[in-house]
Each structure stands twice: as structure tokens, then as C-alpha cells.
Design a protein around this ligand. Structure first.
Ligand code: NAP
Length: 283
């Protein structure tokens, strides 16, 4: 079996790529294949002829997407369209990783696969458009929505939080943005199972449970033995750096994944393992 991972050098891609033997997986960075250039995708995919494509490449900066919607659209919609068209031609099964940000966050209960997306940010809109492009073009596809992914060297708030707290940085953390944290290692395992089963349709995957950023950061402090007074709780409306509107409650209901595969462990267990693996020597 030949597998291609687009965005393979990103946070999720790095965890996923080590799940395979090196001769069955081709890990693509933007340098290897810029997905916004159709010919680049076509030539490379025809050379490799993958059975499975895990499409992770994306413009993932939520705030920058508001400032530069053209670039977000180019990668997340046009780029995804290029990948989808070539997958259809070569009859490859595609797994597209999407986001809880496709929802508006007004539901107050975890979102299931049956809920209708209503994105409120440019990032959410482009990822939802990407979902439609996949569903409209590909016969064999799975759309996997996930949320608040953290892991080693991740270039996002959740991943950097422990390092910054260990440097005793005082941090503003919101109390009113709730979702389901997901350890990239657990997501990689979930994606692997989905691929092995060639599951088709839409699935939500995250670690079990949900929390605010303040709860998440409090847990980090507790596991690392740090004082919680490093944390400054505040509402999203007072958050200094936020540009994009974010869904207030976008926890994912993972019962459909659980019915078909297994129950993901809790976000607290996953976070504890991540902190143990990455930061235990630095405390
Ligand atoms: N992280 C989260 O919290 C989260 C939550 C929900 C959903 N997701 C989704 O999960 C997927 C993986 O996220 P991630 O956190 O691993 O992202 P990431 O760390 O930001 O990595 C993004 C990857 O996309 C590549 N990329 C960007 N533009 C590209 C282009 N034009 N052509 C080819 N590759 C390009 C990047 O390559 P370069 O490094 O070379 O630029 C990088 O490898 C994304 O689709 C994202 O929307 C993530």
C-alpha cells in the first residue's frame, strides 16, 4: 500500500508519518509539492500512484486568515480542489482533516456529524468549502473533523503553552471558548484506524471531554507543578491578540467514531502523557 501525506511536515503529519514503514509512505512538504499548483500535484501523484492520500496541508493560522483571506482560500479551497481532482483521477482513497471551526459554536452541546456547519471565521469557511470540494469530487473519502490539537513542536497555542508556562510567563487564557483538546499522537492513531477500515463519510475525532483554555492551562500547571497564578483568566471579548471570531462552544461528539472504532481516551490522560513525554526532564 502506498500512502501520501500532504502537509506531512506539520504537527499532525509528523506524528502520522512515523506510524508507517518508510517504504509505504511519502511525506510531502510544501517544497516537495505546493498544492496550489495543479501541475505539481498531478505530476507527483501520477509518479507515486498512492492508494491512500491523507490531506493535511492547510493554511492553519486562524487570525492571519482574516487578514489574508485570499491566501487562506488559495490553499484550503483551491489547493484542496487540486488534491481532490487528482485523487479522483487515480482512484485514491482520501482522508481530509477538517476542524470544529466549521461550526458557529452556538449549540451548547457537542457537535455531531449530523449538525449543519455554519462557520463564522474565514479559516472555518475555507475549511468547510474544502470539505464540500472533497465530497463533490471524490467517491472514496473520509472527512475527519478534529479540534485544538497539541503535540511536540506544534506551532500553535495549545502546544506552546507548557513551554511558556515553564519559563514562568504570565499568560492570558480565556474561560469562555470551549472545545475538545486532541493529542496529535492520538489523532494519528485514529486516522490510521480510519484508513485501514477505508471508512467513508464524515467522522468527528478528538480526545474525550471538553474544556475551556483556562481549564486546559490549569491542568498543565497542575501536572507541571506550577502555580496557577501564572494564568490570567479572561473573556474572549477582552483577549488582546484575537482577530478572528471563534465558536464559543465547539466540542465534538465522538460517539460515531466510538461506535465504529474505539472510545478515545480523555483529554486529561492524553495531556498528562504529552507533558510526561516532552517536559518531565525540564521541570
Ligand atoms: N492544529 C489544530 O489545532 C487543528 C485543529 C483542527 C483541524 N486541523 C487541521 O488539521 C490539519 C493539520 O494541521 P496541523 O496542525 O498539522 O497544521 P500545521 O502544523 O500548521 O502544518 C500545516 C502543513 O501544511 C503545509 N502547507 C501549507 N501550505 C501549503 C501548500 N500551499 N502546499 C503544500 N503544503 C502546504 C505546511 O507546509 P510548510 O510547513 O512547508 O508551510 C505544513 O506541513 C490541517 O488541515 C488543519 O486545518 C488542525
Amino acid at each position: 500500500m502506498k500512502i501520501v501525506i500532504t502537509g506531512g511536515t506539520g504537527l499532525v503529519g509528523r506524528y502520522l508519518s512515523i506510524c508507517f514503514k518508510s517504504d509505504e509512505v511519502v511525506v510531502l512538504s510544501r517544497k516537495d509539492c505546493d498544492i496550489t499548483v495543479f501541475e505539481s500535484v498531478r505530476k507527483l501523484f501520477y509518479r507515486i500512484m498512492p492508494d491512500v492520500v491523507v490531506h493535511l496541508a492547510a493554511f492553519t493560522d486562524v487570525d492571519l486568515s482574516e487578514k489574508d483571506p485570499v491566501s487562506a482560500f488559495k490553499v484550503n479551497v483551491s489547493g484542496t480542489n487540486n488534491v481532490a481532482l487528482v485523487c479522483k483521477k487515480i482512484d485514491a482513497y482520501i482522508v481530509y482533516v477538517s476542524t470544529d471551526f466549521v461550526f458557529d459554536g452556538k449549540k451548547k452541546m457537542p457537535y455531531s456529524e449530523k449538525d449543519i456547519p455554519e462557520p463564522i471565521s474565514i479559516y472555518g469557511k475555507t475549511k468547510f468549502e474544502g470539505e464540500r470540494v472533497i465530497a463533490n469530487n471524490c467517491k472514496k473519502y473520509c472527512i475527519v473533523r478534529t479540534s485544538r490539537v497539541f503535540g511536540r513542536d506544534g506551532n500553535n497555542f495549545a502546544s506552546n503553552l507548557p513551554k511558556r508556562l515553564l519559563q514562568r510567563e504570565r499568560m492570558y487564557v480565556t474561560t469562555d471558548l470551549i472545545t475538545s483538546p486532541t493529542y496529535a499522537k492520538d489523532l494519528a492513531e485514529g486516522l490510521l484506524r480510519i484508513m485501514e477500515a477505508r471508512f467513508c463519510g464524515i467522522l468527528h475525532f478528538s480526545n474525550s471531554g471538553h474544556c475551556s483554555w483556562y481549564d486546559f492551562a490549569s491542568c498543565v500547571c497542575r501536572y507541571l507543578g506550577l502555580k496557577k497564578d501564572l494564568l490570567v483568566p479572561l473573556s474572549i471579548k477582552d483577549f488582546p491578540q484575537s482577530i478572528a471570531e471563534r465558536p464559543p462552544f465547539s466540542a465534538l461528539d465522538t460517539s460515531f467514531f466510538t461506535e465504529n472504532f474505539y472510545r478515545p481516551r480523555s483529554w486529561q490522560q492524553a495531556l498528562e502523557e504529552y507533558l510526561e513525554e516532552e517536559f518531565s526532564q525540564k521541570i
